[in-house]
Design a protein around this ligand. Structure first.
Ligand code: PMP
Length: 345
């Protein structure tokens, strides 16, 4: 006789059911002012990031619509957490998974995809969206060529924001007992902020402010698209870009505001979170946490600010968390910041 998951806390029938239910951790020493700041730590998902949620919903929706059937192959162009989410879900539900990644992808990530049984196709990096050699173009071509191939397509698959509308938003509302006043998230495909933000608007009658956190230069907040250091959020405009449409997974009308964060502020914040709060976040987490601290700092009424942290700093130990890397790129190797400054300082 097994354990009844409905009566036992933290017991799940499969790894798919263990997706979500991530904790909120309060920021104690870095937050200034009277507002409460909480980080929603998505690295507690089985694949290590928020993308498990989108991957599960995309697969289940495609099974419902009949696009995915026994024997189908899941294909996605991704260098990051979506591929890992799809790989673990493919393992559980018996699909072949093909992840198309650019050649700059770290060995650790490629090995992780392979550990879950995914096949990895490595392609030349640095191509603009729409280029015949861009990862997403190659993934679309492979999905069309492989018999039973199905392209997950996180940038325009409605199941991506739907996953966050179904799970992330309701969790934030329930965990705060409806006290959340601001929800802050970075914008990659836009699925997280659009889906969770829409839910929080609906449930609060528009009272929750939905805040996008965007790297400076990113086109989402009106930047010119010049490069920035943090990965997985913001939109960089490749010099050869012709067509620069917003992803369909991003619903800008949901956002009440976008806060821009410099690379320096994001990297200072992630260093301080590790050293003062014991919370290890990555670059996109640094952007979201920095934006949340800024929102909290200027709040005039009692505020409960929740920032979504997409994955763990463990994925970036050789970058932002390494003093040598920080010094090499001019971010300052050491010294803990005590002031919070502005993005422009
Ligand atoms: N940070 C990391 C590490 C991610 O993997 C992602 C998802 N690509 C994001 C941020 C952005 O989330 P979304 O695509 O839902 O906007």
């Amino acid at each position: 006789m097994g354990v009844d998951p409905s009566t036992a806390g933290g017991v799940y029938d499969s790894v798919l059911d263990a997706i979500g239910h991530t904790p909120l951790i309060r920021v104690n020493r870095l937050a200034t002012g009277s507002a409460h700041v909480y980080l929603k730590l998505e690295d507690r998902n089985p694949g290590g990031g928020s993308k498990d949620r989108a991957a599960r919903e995309m697969v289940l929706a495609a099974e419902r619509s009949g696009d995915l059937r026994p024997g189908s192959t899941i294909v996605e162009g991704t260098s990051g957490n979506t591929g890992i989410g799809l790989a673990l879900i493919g393992a559980v539900r018996d699909y072949r998974v093909v992840a198309v990644v650019p050649d700059k992808t770290s060995v650790e990530k490629i090995d992780l995809l392979r550990a879950y049984g995914a096949e990895v196709v490595i392609t030349p990096g640095g191509r603009p969206v729409g280029h015949p050699e861009h990862v997403r173009t190659i993934a679309a071509r492979l999905a069309a060529e492989i018999p039973g191939g199905w392209l997950a397509g996180q940038y325009d698959n409605p199941a991506n924001p739907a996953a966050h509308h179904k799970t992330t938003g309701p969790e934030v509302w329930a965990q705060t007992g409806g006290a959340v006043t601001h929800f802050v998230a970075g914008i990659g495909t836009g699925g997280t902020v659009s889906g969770a933000g829409r839910f929080l608007h609906e449930v609060s009658g528009g009272a929750v402010r939905v805040v996008g956190a965007d790297p400076v230069n990113s086109t989402y907040s009106g930047g010119d698209g010049r490069a920035f250091y943090v990965e997985s959020v913001g939109h960089y405009r490749h010099p050869d870009t012709i067509d620069d449409e917003l992803p369909a997974s991003y619903h800008p009308e949901v956002l009440d505001e976008i806060v821009t964060i410099s690379d320096r502020e994001a990297i200072d914040t992630l260093r301080d979170l590790a050293r003062l709060e014991g919370i290890l976040v990555g670059g996109s987490g640094g952007v979201a946490a920095a934006a949340a601290l800024r929102v909290a700092q200027r709040a005039t009424a009692p505020a409960v600010v929740v920032a979504l942290i997409p994955d763990s700093g463990r994925n970036y130990l050789s970058k932002y968390h390494q003093p040598e890397w920080r010094a090499r790129w001019g971010f300052g190797a050491d010294g803990i910041r005590t002031d919070r400054g502005s993005a422009d300082d």
